[in-house]
Design a binder for this molecule. Structure first.
Ligand SMILES: N[C@@H](CCC(=O)N[C@@H](CS)C(=O)NCC(=O)O)C(=O)O
Length: 201
């Protein structure tokens, strides 16, 4: 199988982390592309009508896309431990929270990198950060018992979201006043799957 990917994308990272956690890295070749909302890579456009990455080209079945679909597919294929049925709604909500953080943070990056400088809309950037900030508070205040529980996809996704904040939005200092989340991430980010997938340009 082939994964349309970029080493800077937190959504791609979720998928690659799952490959590591399930011991299936050898089954998927990473096809690196450079893509953006205004310059979609041909491979991304061919694989996903939305033009986004990640997309997974399967050998004997149609291409699938959206990180949440791909992570669930890869986990099911490997035996299905990352989406435990007993906690499924919490796991999915945690993953959705991580994806929401990534979406807002990626949009902030695009606004500064892609939009002409005189058209950058600061209140919009701050509104996106407001979403990230609210989600981080909720994680710190209400989700620590889940984050500290048995490994699941929700935790891996939150790890990737926090890693992206360090990578692109370090100046926002997300750790400030979020000691529990900071402590959890300090340990979680040392997992071999997280160390092997640190974002790069
Ligand atoms: N919901 C999608 C989001 C994927 C996404 O936004 N990927 C970014 C890269 S980090 C992308 O492909 N951007 C190009 C675009 O928006 O056209 C997923 O989870 O896979």
């Amino acid at each position: 199988m082939k994964l349309i990917s970029s080493p800077a994308s937190p959504f791609v990272r979720k998928v690659v982390v799952v490959l590591h956690e399930t011991g299936t890295t050898a089954d998927v070749e990473l096809m690196r592309v450079k893509t953006s909302p205004v310059a979609t890579a041909a491979e991304a456009a061919a694989a996903n009508p939305l033009g986004k990455i990640p997309a997974l080209l399967r050998d004997d079945a149609p291409t699938i896309y959206d990180s949440r679909v791909i992570t669930r597919f890869l986990d099911a294929r490997a035996g299905g431990k990352l989406y435990p049925q007993a906690r499924i709604w919490e796991v999915l909500t945690l993953e959705a929270t991580a994806d929401g953080i990534m979406e807002a943070a990626v949009l902030m990056t695009y606004e500064r990198r892609i939009r002409p400088q005189d058209k950058v809309f600061e209140p919009w950037i701050e509104a996106q950060w407001g979403k990230v900030s609210g989600a981080l508070d909720a994680l710190n205040d209400r989700w620590m018992s889940h984050l500290e529980g048995p490994l699941c996809m929700g935790q891996l996704a939150i790890g990737c979201a926090l890693g992206y904040l360090d990578f692109r939005h370090d100046a926002r200092e997300w750790r400030k006043d979020r000691g529990a989340l900071d402590d959890w991430y300090t340990i979680f980010s040392q997992r071999p799957s997280m160390l092997a997938t640190a974002p790069t340009d």
